[in-house]
Design a protein around this ligand. Structure first.
Ligand code: ZN
Length: 473
């Protein structure tokens, strides 16, 4: 993953302390070097997720059938405020190990459940208890950005926890810009500037943020290269031009955009605007914390749209624009660039030793290995992650996390789930997980059903899709 996208075969990667010391064939290594046999595998840089609400992993999978509407109601309006500091801690802890297990060595914790400094302390404590690289993007959905950023205790927390944190823990401010012409978010941007922290913002989210917010940021001088625009899905070309011109980057959460409805995953248009892209998983209340999914769905969404746009015009796409190599770039170097970390995202001498080995000798999917980029994007999955190094330290080896007390993590998460379930009550708990199912209209069929499709299978299908006899089905 150097500038030329070089792929080396039968090469070694030598790690000394926290750095990549050398890359090449048949390296001379110091006596006593511990060897990890990568034969038949792929060695790649650690992946980087630039937007994940890690605290929500305590509710893993709960919102699988949500749209953004149910998400906003559940977290923003109804239940987000019942989360205690220990619940944020539990979510972050499981999410942090989850990331490492999948070869995601750097994760931006888009931590917008920090309704008090105690919550923030708990979030950072959890991140620092796990040997991954993290960025705490401080946010608080229970207060307006200009309110919580003005809070001196928040500012002093950020100053204090940054001090001595080293390069394993970074900080950002995380808030959204509604497009209110008064631009009340100005005060929050000014705090970010005073503290020297980048701003990450959900931009171009259908029904929530739009071009007006981008215009306000730009005209008031708050669009800078370190800004990360999350989703950027429902924006006009004018907004993309403003992002491109000011050097910011877009964090695409394709699985999220596809299910939740922020807008069509935007890579098919942002790649024409020369805007840097990184990938993200958003939240495990729906999706996994696994960037293989992000690469795969991003390729699918981009190509799907390219074909669709062509078919509408009666054309055929013969050569796709987005390649497997591009999404592997976005998952590694793209994230590093978004975070201003040119020491991450590639395996070159002098870079930080955040390294992933994909190798699974027990799997028939491990061979033949012909096209490494294609293999990573479309064939590999987290179970194929054999070894993970972060900062030169082995955190996963032979498919097992190293030093993770998962029983303790499980206990914490269980406490949080039990607390939430009893606080919400059985009805709200079940209702939250099972949003109302709209009727699915089945069209009249002009042909007669043949005998093999019996009435009972027809009825069964109808009941699965929530149909009743009244629908004429
Ligand atoms: Zn988000």
């Amino acid at each position: 993953m150097d500038d030329a996208g070089t792929v080396l075969e039968n090469a070694d990667v030598l790690v000394v302390d926290d750095r990549v010391a050398a890359v090449g064939a048949a390296l001379d290594v110091p006596d006593g070097t511990f060897e990890i046999d990568a034969t038949g595998g792929i060695v790649m840089p650690g992946m980087i997720d630039t937007h994940r609400h890690m605290w929500q992993t305590a509710m893993r999978g709960y919102g699988a059938d949500w749209t953004l509407t149910q998400y906003f109601v559940w977290y923003y309006l109804e239940h987000g405020k019942v989360f205690r500091p220990q619940d944020v801690h539990a979510g972050n802890l499981v999410s942090a190990w989850d990331a490492l297990e999948a070869g995601v060595t750097t994760t931006v914790d888009w931590s917008h459940g920090l309704q008090s400094v105690d919550h923030a302390e708990a979030a950072v404590d959890a991140l620092q208890a796990v040997p991954g690289r993290f960025v705490l993007a401080y946010g608080n959905i229970q207060a307006a950005p200009w309110e919580w950023t003005a809070d001196k205790s928040v500012q002093s927390f950020l100053e204090r926890r940054r001090t001595g944190a080293g390069d394993m823990l970074g900080f950002q401010l995380a808030f959204d810009v509604t497009g209110d012409p008064e631009f009340p978010e100005r005060a929050a941007f000014e705090v970010a500037r005073e503290l020297g922290l980048p701003v990450t913002t959900h931009a171009g989210v259908w029904g929530a943020t739009n071009d007006a917010g981008i215009k306000l940021m730009h005209e008031n001088g708050f669009m800078t290269p370190e800004n990360v625009y999350v989703h950027a899905a429902t924006l006009e070309p004018d907004s993309y031009h403003r992002i491109a011109a000011t050097g910011g980057s877009i964090s695409v959460s394709t699985e999220s955009e596809q299910s939740a409805g922020q807008g069509y995953p935007p890579t098919w248009q942002v790649r024409r605007h020369d805007i840097p892209v990184s990938l993200s998983m958003d939240t495990s209340v729906w999706w996994s914390g696994d960037l293989f999914s992000a690469m795969r769905t991003t390729l699918g969404a981009d190509r799907s749209r390219e074909h669709l746009e062509a078919h509408i015009k009666g054309d055929t796409v013969t050569n796709v624009h987005l390649r497997a190599e591009h999404v592997v770039q976005w998952a590694t170097r793209g994230g590093a660039a978004a975070l201003g970390r040119d020491d991450l995202g590639s395996l070159q001498p002098g870079k930080k030793a955040d390294v992933v080995l994909i190798k699974n000798d027990a799997s028939p999917v491990s061979f033949p290995l012909l096209n490494p980029y294609g293999h990573i994007a479309f064939q590999a999955q987290r179970g194929d992650v054999h070894t993970v190094l972060v900062d030169g330290r082995v955190v996963k080896y032979q498919h097992r996390l190293v030093g993770a007390d998962l029983a303790a993590v499980r206990g914490q998460v269980q406490d949080t789930v039990e607390y939430l379930r009893s606080t919400l009550g059985a009805d709200a708990w079940a209702g939250g997980m099972n949003p109302d199912l709209p009727h699915d209209e089945v069209l009249d069929n002009p042909y007669q059903y043949t005998a093999y499709k019996s009435d009972s299978t027809h009825q069964a299908r109808g009941s699965v899709f929530g149909l009743t006899a009244d629908d004429g089905s």
